[in-house]
Design a protein around this ligand. Sequence first.
Ligand SMILES: Cc1ncc(COP(=O)(O)O)c(C=O)c1O
Length: 389
Amino acid sequence: MKYSIADVRLQFPLLADETVIFLNASFQQPMNLIVSSAIERYVKESLYEPSPKSKWNAECENVRSKIAKFINAQPEDIVFTRDATESCNLFQRSLKFKPGDNVVLLRNDHPSQTAGWLGLIPEGLEVRYVERGESGPLPYTADTFTDIVDENTIAIGLSSIMFDSGLRNDVKSICDTYRPRGVHVLVDATQEIGFAKIDVRDLGASALVFSVQKGLSCPTGLGLLYVDPEVLPQLRPTPPIMSAGSLSNIKGGSIVPGPYICFQSARRFEHVNKALLQCLALGKYLDFLDAVGITNVQTHLEGLSSYLISELTAIGVETVGPDDQKYRSPHSNVLKLHSPEWLPFFVYNHVYVSQYSCGVRVSFGVYNTKSDVDKFVAVIRKGLQIGLL
Ligand SMILES: Cc1ncc(COP(=O)(O)O)c(C=O)c1O
């Protein structure tokens, strides 16, 4: 590990209480002083400055550049939205299709991706699902889609990291295989951003969405949408939500007479008034991640995950999915512990995790240490001793 974990922990006051074993970053990270100072500044300037909005808007352009750099995109290809759901819908509803065309989704994917596609069924879109394997969750690769994608498939929609299994799908192989066949790939990276390095150009997705409340540690209310500039001309030119921000022919705050003209860039998807508070907070958190280094964060999280797995193996507790790191997220591991009694037992022991149908999800953040793993494994041992399964 190349950063001082002790210094990082100081930024997360909840963790000053050593009895708290916080392992729930994939749900929501604890508030930190980096983001809270950005919020405090926003409130202070709102209270004491006459019109800080213009200054904040200008700062948000810097934040756009920072987040673009963070995922290796150009600033003009990325826009601020309300959340991952809205980002998905903006792309989904911009795709051209005819009744009978289909989209391929993962049955167990997060509804922020799936729901938007369901909304297109009344217009004749067929929604096809890849079912979860009988032997339990596995990562999805290009091969997964061989028998389901056909000449009427307009898109594959999937998360890069699955919220319920912590497994990492091979998005690059999926894009490399299907995009040359004219199938778009819409990737939800909400469970990956801030935990792992993302390079959109290398991935080759048609569009990539995420919200900021997981690995980017910000309050809810802000999402991002990246659209591959080569895909933009293939989309409907009028965005599904038309706002003043979509239009290029506005002068002096009013729409000029004559036909409306939308921006040709991704900017047509953005509203004039953004979630400024969250944007400013995001800028500060990105500065922090830049100083620490996202690759260092990823390495640290992977180290904690492999330590966790080896400690669990020693006490006979299995995790979901293959061991190969290529198919695992750096930070999120799902333990095959299914009794509903585990969750209250964990809370009683000050352990914060989530439980889904695949098991108990343990998700690390930049602030976790091996000592957290040791304390957690000791709690599991106690649970096993009293007969929890
Ligand atoms: C994979 C994934 N996508 C999206 C979201 C959130 O979506 P939204 O920002 O639309 O609430 C979550 C979790 O809340 C998630 O786990």
